[in-house]
Design a protein around this ligand. Structure first.
Ligand SMILES: Cc1ncc(COP(=O)(O)O)c(C=O)c1O
Ligand SMILES: N[C@@H](CCCC[NH3+])C(=O)O
Length: 471
């Protein structure tokens, strides 16, 4: 896992005695974000793992594998945790915007919208998904370090707030927005110059980042925008990175942002919003110990209120953009176990029917995960295996050296905490179709994304006439 220094062997299936209590009682799971499994994880009468009232083994039978499973109750609980914590800890208005890059679909958008959250989108695809999923445009912000004119046009036509990331955004928007009756609502993103401990690929707050205006340029950007009738600068944005366990960098961010807010308001910008981004990490393996949503919000909201009060600033509306911490723990991926290769004295590979195409995080960030056998989650772990994917790539390993009960072909492996940055980052490498996704709730499963078929992958191929096989 990206931030923990935990050895790969921490990614261990629970041994019988240890895991019995949490699985049977499910009590620990009632506090989302403290655990690996969705809050509805239980054992059914046969001792199989069920989520949302549905046995995972049955889901695999019905819908096939690999399969993304999302527990609706966990997703609602995390949305509510953000809303309630913001209401409890911030003395002004506040809104959590779901960072839909973590997992973008109509169903997730509809659920998140129904829980009263807003949304952050970074492409025309995410924006269209959000709008069609029923997210009100006034609750959407549109990000991106290289937005196209078409994407910006879509955003402003639909009344979405644009987060200005660079001068190119300003130039494109000034052309697109010229002559409109009302100014475009924008936030200005800047790099806060804050370091945090996470994988270098997912750090964004340090100065050497492609995102946002350099802090040294912020004043000239805000001065320039003060003369732009087409823009209404309604706030500032900064984001320090992802899968962060520390709270201190978020405190530092609040002070940096309050200082920037003082500057922006002194230049005449209304700046009613302060958007502190996302970044709260989650538990992927037992040794990970992230703060809870409540703790994170308490610290962030307290720090923003304090930093604003110290500068005698009218409190802005507080926006934050959680992605991973909203969806990751609600999700699991089911795989079928296939071939086995034993290399005496070295390693045993157990191959599954998915891999880096449905979960590129291990090969990209060396991320760790935890897995159990869906139908025997409490069976004694008797061997150490490496779970490999089916791609033509030696690095296509999902879990390295984990302890599992002896597994045979056809057994279903459930990998926890795959709700974020798995489906969203999936590819068709080796022309492997992307898995289906199901929502589970109260004993019912609904397909929310259909499984691709191999023939779907040919839809955009064009065979020029001159290359047609001669018959
Ligand atoms: C601008 C912005 N907001 C929000 C997020 C969501 O971050 P996380 O999933 O870590 O909460 C990201 C991703 O790092 C981001 O780049
Ligand atoms: N894709 C990354 C997170 C990126 C955050 C986006 N700014 C991950 O899986 O951890």
């Amino acid at each position: 896992m990206v931030t923990s220094a935990s050895p790969a062997t921490d990614s261990v299936a629970p041994a019988a005695g240890e895991a019995a209590a949490p699985f049977e009682q499910g009590l620990d799971r009632l506090s989302p974000n403290r655990n690996l499994a969705p809050i509805t994880a239980r054992l059914d009468a046969l001792g199989r793992l069920e989520v949302g009232g549905v046995a995972l083994g049955d889901l695999a039978q019905t819908y096939g594998t690999p399969l993304y499973v999302l527990d609706e109750e966990t997703l609602r609980a995390t949305c509510r945790a953000y809303r309630q914590a913001l209401a409890a800890h911030y003395p002004g208005d506040a809104l959590a915007l779901y960072a839909s890059k973590a997992n973008s679909s109509l169903a997730i958008t509809a659920l998140v919208a129904s829980e009263g959250l807003g949304l952050d989108a970074v492409s025309a695809g995410e924006l269209l998904t959000a709008l069609q999923g029923g997210m009100p445009a006034e609750r959407i912000v549109f990000h991106g370090n290289n937005k196209s004119a078409e994407e910006l046009q879509l955003a402003i036509d639909r009344g979405v707030t644009v987060v200005l990331d660079n001068w190119n955004d300003i130039e494109l928007l000034s052309d697109l927005a010229a002559g409109r009756a009302r100014p475009v609502r924008v936030l200005v993103r800047f790099t806060p110059g804050i370091e945090c401990h996470t994988h270098e690929y997912i750090r964004t707050g340090h100065l050497d980042s492609k995102f946002g205006f350099d802090p040294d340029q912020l004043e000239s950007v805000l001065q320039h925008l003060a003369g732009c009738a087409w823009a209404r600068v309604d706030g500032l944005h900064a984001h320090i990175g992802s899968q962060i366990f520390e709270l201190e960098p978020h405190r530092d961010l609040a002070a940096v942002m309050a200082e920037a807010l003082l500057l922006a308001r002194s230049l005449g910008h209304p700046c009613g919003d302060l958007n502190v981004g996302g970044g709260l990490g989650i538990r992927y393996v037992g040794s990970d110990d992230p703060p809870s949503i409540q703790e994170w919000v308490r610290v962030v909201a307290g720090a923003v209120a304090e930093a604003c009060n110290q500068r005698q600033l009218v409190l802005p509306r507080l926006l934050c953009e959680p992605g991973r911490s909203l969806v990751a723990t609600a999700g699991l991926t089911l795989y079928s176990v296939g071939s086995r290769k034993e290399i005496p004295g070295l390693r045993t590979y157990l191959s599954v029917d998915g891999g880096m195409s449905d979960n590129p995080r291990p090969i990209t960030y060396q991320s760790l995960y935890t897995a159990v056998l869906a139908d025997r989650p409490l069976a004694e772990a008797t061997e150490v295996v490496t779970v490999a994917g089916k791609h033509c790539e030696s690095g296509d390993v999902l879990l390295r050296d984990i302890r599992l009960p002896a597994a045979s072909p056809g057994d279903v492996l459930a990998v926890f905490a795959t709700g974020a940055y798995n489906a969203a980052m999936a590819s068709n490498y080796n022309r492997i179709p992307r898995p289906a996704a199901v929502f589970v709730h109260d004993g019912v499963a609904d397909v929310v994304q259909r499984r691709e078929r191999p023939e779907d992958l040919l839809r955009y191929d064009v065979l020029p006439h001159r290359l047609l096989p001669v018959t």
